[in-house]
Design a protein around this ligand. Structure first.
Ligand SMILES: [Zn+2]
Length: 1018
């Protein structure tokens, strides 16, 4: 501390000894400061940076809107109140400017607040022009001397984002007060930040969810002794996964933050969360680190994270640490927008109470243990307040801003260097480019993928002439990494090592990898080239490349998906090219959105559309819902073109309407004067319901979003709706039951325990923002036994029920799907992994438009087994699931022979039964066959998981033998209807376009799912 004999510095003076001291000449807002102190539950839960509030004659404090101080108990402002305050400060201070950065799905505004000195704000545009050159070093011909001149003349931008996760409530008030301090405080510490840094603040990222959560909190305050609902809906579509959208960019909030971050050319994106006591600075985090980021960034993380811990430790604040168990592998987090665009990503977890109540909190030993990286851990018992949380958030941010102010030019130079190294990628680690061929059979999904790269600010070029490059063809077989976990993907395993030396073949990117043979390949005019000699090459490389997570990685608990390879999940071919000649191909830059070319050619009133599993086909069906759509049950040829099974034959449509829709959707349509001769069935626009639980709406949100984006109408119903409706079939043809998220079947039926009070989710005067998506007087009841009966009746009446992952286990558990069971797979580890599947029954309408292989997304998937008998466990003859022959003479494939006995004729050979098949029915089973499923009702396996050695495409796979060759998509006929079970999750985070049509096919062919089926004879 500073001067004075009492030990209490009444008016500390700034000095080298106390760099944190306030300006003695500036008065303190005594009333505000008194309240802050009152709401802080212990003296060590604050710091000299935030334990006072400077007074201002002109700028209002947060009291102006909150009627109390930031972090006061019982006060959570709505978004409009937070914005009102920011605009009051803007009006009162030349050091603050508010920018509108876009709207949410529900039309609420998002803002960014810039705070800096008057001088810095006056030259924002000039500064932005400088930063733009540093961000794209091509503009200064990679001239380091010019970069140094720009660095010296520029002010860095530090972007802070709050409350993406709605129950993490503290950031808005912390950021209101932070903006006030940065605008008003004359202490040397704050002045330096103001003069050397532009602080940019988005106080609320998930604005829709914030307003809903404030509603819930208000209900809780108004009903003090009652149980209250969790915030079931955050954004319009998803809850916590709003922080997993930075790859697919499907949400408005992600795109708005990305555009702000990149357009401002900010150096840091610092995202505020609240789930760990008291401040876990995830800046350092834990391994494995993402493999595509610049190592300059990873060392910046260490500098910044440990500095943060060091400074806050000096303030005597307990529980501040930066190393922890969250890996930094997936680039899906909001903060990773910075990491993928040459900036610095940061994330805080402070401690929050889910609202603004002051509470006694008990922590677990794992949270309070003293470890090497947490020498000053949180306390086992704490009275914790929102004010404490606001103190920690603001102190950490000020420490960070101060470090940035002290090192502004250092970090700006790094920013430039990371951009320059991204541009030099083809010459260093590679690759040189990714190529998307103009002859891809799926131009629509190809354009979908490339548009995501464009949203990521990646430049796309189009070849104006054919070009030839060398590409790898085949590799020496890779050595198995574990007994059942051969490497899939692309040569990512260590090659066979015959002479005790590591394979020194330097393949793509100079990495050690399996031997590959190079061949020339020519790509046609119009092929797309994603060149790696551009500033944001890293995000393209990270999304397009393959991931490999070693089963024995020291990190035992991946925090999120381990694989995401976009071309695989979009079912689109991308070629990774290391040959630098690709950069000499004649190209033009793509201006505007990449779009597949569509429209009608030919003449006549019969229209053909090839089925290539492009999701736009589904949009076409619903856009022209009054037209007559037939689908071909076999491939055929017409007008000199090949058409796949499932191709559309459209009648009764106005040519102009069809041409307009096909052009907009990028679908090629061929007009003919007569109907081709091929077996068809009708494809009515099915009436769809999407059923949700009141337990969690997170994972089904991705399904709703996909249906909305693709223009597919549906009724949104809950398990409670179903429990009350005995005649579902009169309203719906198809009920989708997407994953609930690790829910047991019993939980789906029972719902939340019925102790205590009813818990409503509905729009009221007190809660105007909730209950719009769906509403109920009491969220507790589940599907119930009546609901089970109603769902089964729906299927028996001819309805189609689609169940996925945990809901597929649910339908198996409750007897919807005779002949399908799930088998335990204790050794299996699939954590958000891309796996390979194989077509089993190409004549099934569910498989229309697909080829032999399909990469899919799965996360801890159920392993199915099928049987021709009710209660059968599937797999091999004999029913024990064994794949081994009995002990005896000969090799593993030989028949055994009894000694001394010669049968009169050769014994019949045991039929080989694969893990995705059921065993043929035996004579024994047919006698008094009460359990025997009639042939037409037996499960029909449409796709299966691939063989163990090529099951893995991308990510983590361990114990893959438990899943290999198992059924993946099973169509179970039940009376007049069907239950369709998915082990994979075909609709996930806007990243799995390639598997959407498995669901869409089931919908389009809902009343003809038995097409092409070959029945067993008996
Ligand atoms: Zn969070």
């Amino acid at each position: 501390m500073a001067t004075g004999g009492t030990g209490i510095a009444q008016t500390p003076a700034p000095s080298a000894a106390n760099p944190y001291a306030r300006d003695a000449k500036q008065p303190v807002d005594e009333a505000y400061t008194k309240k802050m102190k009152e709401y802080t539950t212990a003296p060590y839960f604050t710091s000299p940076l935030v334990d006072y509030l400077p007074a201002s004659k002109t700028v209002p404090t947060p009291v102006a809107v909150l009627k109390d101080v930031a972090g006061a108990p019982g006060i959570l402002p709505y978004s409009h109140e937070v914005y009102q305050y920011m605009r009051m400060v803007e009006k009162a201070s030349p050091r603050v400017k508010v920018f509108s950065i876009g709207k949410t799905e529900e039309g609420r505004e998002m803002i960014a607040v810039a705070v800096s000195s008057e001088a810095n704000l006056a030259k924002l545009d000039a500064n932005r022009a400088n930063l733009a050159k540093l961000a794209d070093p091509r503009t200064i011909r990679l001239d380091d001397a010019e970069a140094d001149r720009l660095v010296a003349a520029s002010t860095p931008i530090y972007y802070i984002t709050g409350t993406i996760h709605s129950p993490e409530t503290g950031a808005p008030t912390a950021l209101m007060e932070l903006v006030y301090r940065l605008a008003v405080d004359e202490s040397p510490y704050i002045q330096k930040i103001r003069n050397k840094v532009i602080t940019l603040v988005t106080p609320i990222v998930e604005v829709d969810g914030r307003d809903r959560h404030v509603d819930v909190y208000r209900w809780h305050l108004a009903n003090p002794n009652k149980n209250w609902p969790g915030t079931l809906y955050w954004g319009k579509y998803v809850a916590h996964d709003n922080n997993r959208d930075a790859m697919g960019l499907t949400l408005a909030l992600t795109r708005n933050v990305l555009n702000t971050y990149v357009d401002w050319h900010a150096q840091v994106l610092h995202d505020l969360h609240e789930s760990v006591p008291y401040l876990y600075d995830n800046t350092v985090g834990d391994g494995p680190y993402n493999a595509w980021i610049d190592p300059i960034l990873t060392s910046e993380w260490q500098m910044i994270g440990w500095h943060n811990v060091n400074e806050m430790t000096k303030f005597g604040m307990p529980g501040v640490f930066t190393h922890g168990t969250f890996d930094t592998w997936s680039p899906g987090y909001l903060m990773f927008i910075a990491a993928m665009h040459n900036g610095i990503s940061r994330l805080y977890e402070t401690f929050g109470n889910g609202g603004a109540d002051t509470l006694d909190r008990s922590l677990t030993p794992s949270q309070t243990s003293r470890t090497w990286y947490r020498q000053n851990p949180p306390l086992p018992k704490t009275k914790w307040s929102q004010r404490n949380n606001n103190n920690y958030e603001q102190t950490g941010l000020l420490v960070s801003l101060n470090q940035f102010a002290d090192n502004a030019q250092y970090f700006l130079k790094n920013f430039y260097l990371k951009g320059k190294r991204s541009i030099l990628k083809p010459k260093t680690e590679g690759p040189a480019a990714y190529v998307f061929s103009a002859d891809d059979p799926r131009p629509g999904p190809q354009a979908d993928l490339l548009r995501i790269l464009q949203l990521q600010k990646v430049e796309i070029a189009r070849a104006t002439r054919p070009f030839t490059v060398t590409v790898p063809t085949k590799r020496r077989p890779a050595k198995q990494l574990t007994n059942d976990n051969a490497a899939g993907g692309r040569g990512l395993s260590v090659a066979d090592d015959r002479d005790g030396q590591q394979d020194t073949q330097r393949g793509e990117g100079g990495q050690r990898r399996a031997e590959s043979v190079m061949e020339s390949r020519t790509f046609p005019t119009g092929s797309y080239i994603v060149r790696m000699d551009q500033p944001y090459s890293r995000v393209a490389d990270a999304l397009l490349d393959y991931q490999y997570w070693a089963p024995d990685d020291p990190q035992r608990q991946p925090y999120d998906d381990t694989g995401w390879t976009f071309p695989e999940l979009f079912n689109v071919k991308a070629t990774r090219v290391t040959d630098a000649n690709v950069l000499d191909a004649a190209v033009e830059p793509v201006k505007g959105d990449v779009k597949a070319i569509g429209g009608v050619t030919g003449t006549g009133s019969v229209y053909l559309v090839n089925h290539n599993a492009d999701p736009a086909l589904m949009t076409l069906r619903y856009r022209l819902k009054d037209a007559k759509f037939d689908v071909a049950e076999e491939p055929f040829e017409a007008a000199g073109l090949q058409f796949n099974r499932g191709s559309f034959i459209i009648h009764d449509v106005a040519a102009g309407d069809l041409n307009k829709a096909a052009s907009e959707l990028g679908l090629k349509v061929t007009a003919l004067s007569s109907t081709p001769s091929v077996k068809t069935h009708g494809a009515r626009a099915a009436r769809i319901a999407l059923m949700h639980t009141w337990i969690s709406t997170q994972d089904e949100g991705w399904w709703r979003q996909t249906l909305d984006f693709r223009g597919v109408p549906y009724a949104y119903i809950s398990t409670q709706t179903v429990s009350k409706d005995p005649d579902l079939k009169s309203k719906y043809d198809v009920i989708l039951f997407p994953p609930v998220g690790r829910a047991s079947g019993q939980l789906i039926v029972s719902g939340t325990p019925m102790y205590g009070n009813p818990i409503p989710w509905k729009t009221t005067e007190l809660t105007p923002n909730i209950g719009k998506e769906d509403s109920t007087d009491d969220i507790r009841p589940g599907l119930g036994w009546e609901g089970l009966v109603h769902l089964q009746k729906f299927v028996r009446d001819g309805g189609v029920l689609i169940a996925v992952d945990d809901t597929a286990e649910f339908v198996a558990q409750f007897g919807f799907t005779p002949g399908v069971s799930t088998t335990p797979s204790p050794r299996l580890k699939v954590v958000g992994t891309v796996l390979r599947s194989k077509l089993v029954d190409g004549a099934s309408p569910i498989a229309y438009g697909y080829g032999e292989d399909l990469s899919i997304y799965a996360d801890n998937p159920p392993a199915f087994a099928v049987s021709a008998t009710v209660g059968g466990r599937g797999a091999r003859r004999g029913g024990d699931g064994s794949t081994q022959r009995a002990t005896g003479r000969g090799t593993p494939d030989d028949p055994d022979v009894a000694q001394g006995f010669a049968p009169s004729q050769a014994l019949p050979e045991e039929p080989r039964v694969e893990p995705w098949q059921y065993a043929p029915v035996t004579d024994e089973q047919r006698r008094n066959a009460t359990n025997l499923i009639p042939p037409a009702q037996r499960p029909r396996v449409v796709l299966r998981y691939s063989d163990a050695r090529d099951l893995l495409v991308s990510g983590l796979l361990d114990g893959g033998a438990d899943l290999a060759q198992r059924p993946m998509v099973v169509d179970v006929p039940v009376d007049k209807g069907h239950v369709i079970m998915f082990s994979n999750n075909p609709i996930w985070r806007g990243e799995t376009q390639g598997s959407y049509f498995l669901v869409f096919n089931a919908i389009l062919n809902h009343d003809n799912l038995n097409a092409g089926r070959k029945l067993d004879e008996k």
